[in-house]
Design a protein around this ligand. Structure first.
Ligand SMILES: Nc1ncnc2c1ncn2[C@@H]1O[C@H](COP(=O)(O)OP(=O)(O)OP(=O)(O)O)[C@@H](O)[C@H]1O
Length: 232
């Protein structure tokens, strides 16, 4: 579904990504890890069009999307959820979800079903559906940011550090939700620092080091691969 081929990107004249290739398939979760500053967020931004690649290709179902504006890329079915809870603080929980649905106008029944599902996965959002997003805790805002993306029903979900600012105890709930979401047919890409917590929910893993792909492997083998590297 999503194919990234030999991608180069950076900021101004400063190169960050060098020759990065990856594939994300419908129904699967690809976990991307790497040290701080390795280029993980830059990769997601470049895929979603917020950072213009200097070379290489981003293909969605074989169609080239790099070079398009981010809003055009979003219309192809790609959705980026940034770390740091980018919700609309002055809107209620429900209105934030409605903003998410702006990407698929006219599908009221689909929206209602998606909201019901979000509320059943994160009951706290149902309890607080009239509350301002700014009055939610960090973890609740993260749930809302995911909910906003969910109601948009993207084909590819790019999720930057879903654990950012979350109590560790909330991670299984969020990761299980992403797992079920992928199983419904979405290609999910997660950038995450907490690799061993996240890997059991993922199918494939890719590690970036200084802007380059260091290795890829099945997510189930990630811990062993990392242990072998640190033993060297
Ligand atoms: N807006 C920007 N302008 C210039 N350089 C940037 C910008 N954002 C990131 N960088 C640089 O690009 C490199 C990669 O950053 P990036 O945020 O993609 O890494 P990361 O792997 O996501 O790290 P982290 O886990 O800390 O978020 C770093 O050297 C960073 O300083």
């Amino acid at each position: 579904m999503l194919d990234v081929k030999n991608l180069f990107a950076g900021y101004g004249i400063v190169p960050v990504l060098e020759d990065v290739s990856l594939t994300a398939e419908a129904g699967k979760i690809l976990l991307i890890g790497g040290e701080n500053g390795a280029g993980k967020s830059t990769l997601l931004r470049a895929i979603a069009g917020f950072n213009k690649p200097t070379a290489g290709e981003v293909l969605l179902d074989g169609q080239r999307v790099n070079g398009m504006a981010p809003e055009q890329i979003a219309k192809t079915g790609m959705r980026l959820v940034l770390d740091g809870h980018r919700v609309f603080p002055e809107l209620s929980v429900f209105d934030n979800l409605r903003m998410g649905a702006a990407a698929r106008p006219g599908d009221r029944a689909g929206f209602d079903r998606a909201v019901e599902e979000i509320y059943s996965v994160f009951p706290i959002l149902k309890e607080k559906h009239r509350a301002y997003a700014r009055d939610l805790s960090g973890g609740q805002q993260q749930m809302l940011a995911l909910g906003q993306a969910f109601v948009a029903q993207p084909r590819v979900l790019l999720c930057d550090e879903p654990s950012m600012g979350l109590a560790q105890s909330l991670m299984p709930q969020i990761l299980s939700f992403l797992r079920r979401w992928a199983e419904e047919g979405t290609a999910v890409v997660i950038v995450e620092q907490h690799l061993s917590v996240t890997a059991p929910y993922a199918d494939d893993a890719l590690i970036i080091e200084r802007g380059k792909v260091k290795f890829t492997c099945p997510a189930a083998e990630l811990d062993d691969r990392l242990a072998a590297i640190s033993a060297d």
